[in-house]
Design a protein around this ligand. Structure first.
Ligand SMILES: [Fe+2]
Length: 211
């Protein structure tokens, strides 16, 4: 006899859509929020490092667009039920994003930032395994800001870490980051009690963007 409380097995479609969300991580709204956060933080870090206003502005654009390749890849994921295949596809998002921004006529600086925002300072990143100063400086800034913003945001599979814990994790992986950029980033977040960007409620950071 069938128990009334027995849970129905999840349909294949549901299982697939659930882990697809885990891999790609964001809804479009979440992705836009993440882009805004990375953009604002990258601007502040670049400013702290003494970069010109025009460079800071360009980096802010790159920060906003850095994960745009994920939107392209979402269609690909629908046809790929294997986790390993998904991982390969997700790791293609910097290249796909690069193609989008280049096609749209953004500057070479912005295109290179998007292409290399997952390169690690020790050469362990992707797509080109660039090492140290081979990585464009804008992409090195985005790497730090992207990791911090991701760690301090809720994900479908975990809650957000508090800023102190996030920085602690990043220090454990310090080989991934340019140390000068990391120090500038630490100064920015200590000086600036940043608030979460939530587009649905039009919450904004303390600089008043998106009011
Ligand atoms: Fe990314």
């Amino acid at each position: 006899m069938k128990c009334l409380n027995e849970k129905k097995p999840e349909s294949r479609k549901y299982q697939h859509s659930k882990y697809r969300r885990n891999m790609l991580q964001y809804s479009l709204t979440e992705q836009i929020s993440h882009g805004c956060e990375v953009s604002n933080l990258a601007y502040d870090v670049a400013e702290k490092l003494g970069y010109s206003n025009s460079n800071c502005q360009e980096l802010a654009v790159a920060g906003f667009l850095h994960d745009i390749g994920k939107i392209v890849l979402e269609k690909e994921i629908d046809d790929q039920p294997l986790v390993v295949e998904e991982m390969k596809i997700v790791r293609m998002h910097p290249v796909e994003g690069y193609k989008v921004v280049e096609r749209q006529g953004y500057s070479d600086f912005i295109s290179q930032c998007v292409l290399h925002h997952h390169e690690n300072y020790d050469g362990s990143g992707y797509p080109d395994h660039l090492f140290g100063d081979e990585i464009p400086y804008g992409a090195r800034i985005l790497r730090v800001c992207d990791v911090y913003c991701a760690l301090t945001s809720d994900r479908p599979y975990r809650k957000a870490f508090d800023p102190e814990t996030a920085v602690k994790f990043m220090v454990e992986d310090i080989r991934n980051f340019d140390i000068q950029i990391f120090l500038a980033f630490q100064r920015v977040i200590h000086e600036n009690n940043r608030k979460r960007v939530i587009l649905g409620d039009l919450a904004v950071d303390e600089r008043g963007d998106f009011k």
